[in-house]
Design a protein around this ligand. Structure first.
Ligand code: GLY
Length: 341
């Protein structure tokens, strides 16, 4: 079992990586209310059955204020008060929703997460971003509030569909590209065993990813600057993800490759380094090419830009393990997207 501590002005969030962590629920000082993803509940009913719980409906289309309101009502029905510990259980969707509900119900109750997917364990559950979508815009409504604990239970990953697991690897390799060349080398050497879910490799990979994200979040919790580097591959990735049937990590994998090519066009990355990005994405079993309509990708990036200012801020690689953020004005962006797709 490994531990990482995330310290912010509001306190310490304890991230624990290991097996069978769900059994710790019995040892909590107070009786929690669980907010459980419906698929997780179906698969692991016996683990959570003894506790008071509410169900979070699965699927991105349920990540809405309507679901939040329904959960508030259920919590009232269960007699929750300001001191009730809420535990969100599931992947990124469930923990984003549970964290938002816990952060706003009675102006905020204590909360923690049991993260059950690789994507959730290495990214979504860490760093305190909670929220829901609005009118098709991802995470438009939300808070930044840290859970008091995140338990990354590796024993629950075995029931993930292979495609979901691989999607999580995209966020793992992102950390190597943006922040840690040694981790990148480790992933190049151990991808085969990671794909087989070897437990010691998995524990190292989840712990290192959590440690890298923690280091970035501790320096810039509110995303004034440094935290933006975690969005490497996400500008184009989110635009690709709007296509139906593409998983987040699949879109981010391709988004990272296109961002690496853009880094090369901007003179920041050599051709052999772009190849290295492509090889690692490919070795994880993630797509490295897709039939993309450049006009549609450009329009999707423009729509997403509603959330920021005039320019699109691209996270680019300046050599491996290092980043730079470049504002790209919209008129330039169009020809860049046409070049890349
Ligand atoms: N997933 C990006 C972040 O937490 O900032």
């Amino acid at each position: 079992m490994q531990q990482v501590k995330l310290t912010t002005p509001d306190g310490v969030s304890e991230i624990v990586v290991g097996e069978l962590l769900s059994s710790r629920l019995q040892m909590l000082e107070q009786e929690p209310i669980l907010m459980i993803d419906e698929n997780v509940l179906i698969q692991h009913h016996d683990l959570f059955e003894p506790f008071r719980s509410v169900i979070i409906p699965s699927g991105e289309s349920n990540k809405t204020l309507q679901t939040v309101e329904a959960l508030y009502r259920e919590l009232v029905g269960l007699g929750a008060d300001r001191s009730t510990l809420m535990v969100g259980i599931g992947g990124g969707l469930a923990t984003d929703l549970a964290g938002f509900v816990a952060s706003t119900f009675l102006r905020g109750t204590p909360f923690g997460f049991i993260s059950t997917t690789l994507l959730g364990q290495v990214d979504a559950s860490i760093g305190g971003k909670n929220g829901v979508n609005l009118e098709g815009y991802k995470n438009m409504i939300g808070t930044i509030r840290q859970p008091s604990f995140v338990w990354c239970d590796l024993s629950l990953l075995g029931t993930l569909e292979s495609r979901e697991y691989i999607s999580g690897i995209a966020e793992v390799i992102k950390y190597g590209f943006i922040r840690d060349i040694h981790f990148l080398e480790y992933l190049e050497e151990h991808m085969e065993t990671l794909l087989k879910q070897d437990l010691s490799v998995l524990e190292h990979v989840v712990t290192t990813s959590a440690a890298i994200k923690t280091e970035v979040v501790q320096k810039d919790e509110k995303e004034a600057n440094l935290r933006k580097i975690l969005n490497f591959g996400h500008t184009i990735g989110h635009a690709i993800e709007r296509h139906k049937g593409i998983l987040h990590g699949e879109a981010v994998g391709l988004g990272m490759l296109l961002a690496a090519r853009l880094s090369h066009l901007q003179g920041l990355l050599s051709a052999s380094e772009v190849d290295r990005v492509e090889q690692l994405v490919l070795s994880a079993g993630l797509p490295v090419s897709m039939k993309l309509d450049p006009e549609e990708i450009y329009q999707n990036i423009r729509k997403d830009k509603k959330k920021s200012g005039e320019d699109v801020h691209f996270v680019l690689l300046k050599g491996m393990g290092n980043t730079i953020i470049r504002p790209i004005p919209l008129p330039e962006l169009k020809s860049i997207v046409y070049d890349l797709c």
